[in-house]
Design a protein around this ligand. Structure first.
Ligand SMILES: [Mn+2]
Length: 371
């Protein structure tokens, strides 16, 4: 039996804030489109279950009725697949209230609830802000799984290897989930793929989000395809594979300058080198960092203009600090020298003097000053 594990789709969310309106709304359409392509992939590949480990929707405020209805009809139109959906911290309010729910959409509650498919049991629990009465111990002791079954458990929250001591329902206490006959713990909340051992018997996995939205969600995004083989004589009945599936990826590249002089050509060369293997369809953020010598001119607008045509979107940030020994100019008979001497005479803190001098020197050279 094939199963898809996905999470954190945030279907109605705002996209990368630097995008213009047209591309922001296009990305929003793509977000839903990737969800719907995943369902098509499921149908074509004989997938029986799609597990959604929370945060299918993003916020109640942005939620558009049409997105909700699109989701429900996409589910209804794939009757051969059961959709097992737990609520995450973003969609913990009942987003589907008042809607007619397709029969193949299976929901959970704040208590453990199971669905059986042959010898495989999928048990899950909706995200809650607060732990039930009795705290963590009570929550996890209520999870009882038959050792003879193949057990998949679904939760949404931040993994933690110790007792949080807080009443926070969003902590997944991995320690208390050990030795409970879990074969695969399907998690949501962390937006990057992670697959690791839970205990001797089972594994735990964050599928990550399906599509990166901002530059805090860089890299490959997709879902996990599980293959459950009940007849396997091997102790491991589940094999799984991460399937990269996003329409576009986000990339952040950093160029670190070393305080020497760089000509514009050299800067272009460094940028080129870092972005040459990134696909055209993707979104790119180039950060120039480190220290610059005083004569290095980083023209952000010019460089952005030069490279943005190559990609769906590109932005460039100048995070460099000016490394300058202003003492070298102190005795100059020039406006620069005069200015430095004037500041040095003032009765202000030494660090402030340095800041003021650097800012003044930048201004004298016609460079932009960030205040
Ligand atoms: Mn979440």
């Amino acid at each position: 039996m094939k199963i898809i594990h996905c999470a954190d789709l945030h279907l109605d969310s705002k996209m990368e804030s630097n995008l213009d309106r047209q591309r922001a709304s296009q990305r929003k359409v793509e977000l839903f489109d990737t969800f719907s392509r995943m369902i098509e992939y499921g149908v074509e590949n004989g997938v029986r279950l799609i597990i959604i480990a929370g945060d299918l929707f993003d916020t109640a405020e942005n939620m558009q009725l049409r997105i909700k209805r699109r989701v429900l009809s996409a589910i209804k139109n794939a009757p051969e697949i059961d959709f097992l959906y737990i609520k995450g911290n973003h969609d913990s309010r009942d987003f589907l209230e008042g809607e007619e729910l397709p029969e193949n959409l299976k929901l959970f509650s704040e208590d453990w609830k199971s669905y059986e498919y042959g010898n495989t049991v999928v048990t899950g629990r909706d995200f809650t802000d607060e732990l039930p009465e009795g705290g963590e111990e009570k929550l996890y002791s209520g999870l009882l799984l038959d050792s003879r079954k193949i057990n998949i458990v679904v939760m949404h929250g931040q993994e933690s290897g110790y007792s949080s001591g807080k009443k926070d329902g969003g902590i997944i206490n991995l320690k208390l989930l050990k030795n409970k006959n879990i074969d695969y713990l399907a998690l949501g909340h962390i937006h990057s793929y992670k697959y690791a051992r839970l205990d001797k018997r089972g594994m735990y996995c964050y599928s990550g989000c399906l599509e990166g939205r901002g530059f805090d969600e860089c890299g490959e995004k997709g879902f996990v395809l599980l293959d459950v083989n009940e007849a396997s004589s091997d102790e491991r009945h589940i094999s799984c594979e991460f399937i990269p599936f996003a329409k576009r990826a986000l990339h952040e590249v950093t160029i670190k300058l070393s305080g020497e002089y760089y000509s514009e050509d050299e800067l272009e060369g460094l940028i080129c080198d870092k972005i040459k293997d990134i696909p055209e369809k993707d979104l790119v953020k180039v950060i120039i960092s480190g220290e610059t010598e005083e004569n290095t001119d980083i023209d952000v607008e010019y460089l952005t203009e030069k490279f943005e045509k190559r990609f769906y979107f590109l932005k460039l940030c100048d995070d460099t600090k000016l490394s300058i020994k202003y003492e070298d100019y102190e005795n100059d008979i020039s406006l620069k020298g005069e200015f430095i001497r004037l500041v040095k005479e003032k009765r202000i803190r030494e660090e402030d003097k340095r800041e003021i001098i650097l800012m003044g020197l930048k201004a004298l050279r016609g460079r932009e000053i960030d205040l």
